[in-house]
Design a protein around this ligand. Sequence first.
Ligand code: DOR
Ligand code: ZN
Length: 354
Amino acid sequence: MIRRLTLTRPDDWHLHLRDGAMLRAVLPESARHFARAIVMPNLVPPVVTSADAAAYRDRILAAMPPGADFTPLMTLYLTEETDPADVVDAHASGLVTAVKLYPAGATTNSASGVRDFDRVRAVLEAMAQAGVPLCVHGEVTDPAVDIFDREAVFIDTVLDPIRRAIPGLRVIMEHVTTADAVAYVRSVDAGLAATITTHHLVINRNHILAGGIRPHYYCLPVAKRETHRLALRAAATSGDARFFLGTDSAPHTDDAKESACGCAGCFTATNTLPILAHVFEDEAALDRLEGFVSRHGAGYYGLPVNAGRIAMVRGETPLELPARLATGAGSVTLFDPGFPLFWRVEDAPPSEVS
Ligand code: DOR
Ligand code: ZN
């Protein structure tokens, strides 16, 4: 049995850091092990312009724990008013790494998202020209479409037409939840990749609904049936470089989750690496963990792989983690994978790890 692994320092290609007291509490949870993260722009109000992104980056850097070595990779929230020149300049200057497309109304704070895709065509063309990646929340919002079908319908009716119309666009289909999305990504040779979350590798829709409603497993896109979870596990552990980690760690306070209309999001920043090591070990794919968490994403984004390393060790006794993170905004429940975790990240400065 493998008991120790060393990995290139990982990156999180989809993360919600929020703002204010919540940002101060959750940032250390990601900065502890991850070198970089693509930071989602769905604040209230959203991060729409390069000036917004610069101000948000400053707030993140000001909240950084002492000694942390963590780079937030900023994104802009695409609206029908987004100025193509602002996007291209922000990317060229290094301020912004990608642009995020939320269909209006698809998820938390997405009211300013896109309703009419023709109205963002000029921006998408400018992005394709300048090599700015587009991160996509891939769900239609049509109330007539069943929530469990919204990802598959989005691929056929929105994503594929956009990609055909603008072939040079580099797209990341985020937090994929279906075998349909996995198959779509596999069917394309270039210009398309997908992130997979930690929680979608662990839960299916029964975890949310069977034996009582469990709000801490509710996220968007919502977890699907077991066949889809198995397709995600196969993709994540396959070694295919088109699939990489984006945790979508999305903290909401317990009050907001445990409510008659609870918010979507699973908070996984704290225990993501132990859970992933468990999943990859289960799939006899520990040798592919590094690709998924540390290499494939950097490759797709055209960024260097991190220089530092971390070590993970498999202990004899389960990892003890608190159930909740205290924040100045209220407590946030950690994602519970439902099984004990034996892998942990060794607390050693990266330079001491070979
Ligand atoms: O579950 C989710 N939570 N999915 C999203 O797309 C947004 C996120 C959030 O911001 O809370
Ligand atoms: Zn998200």
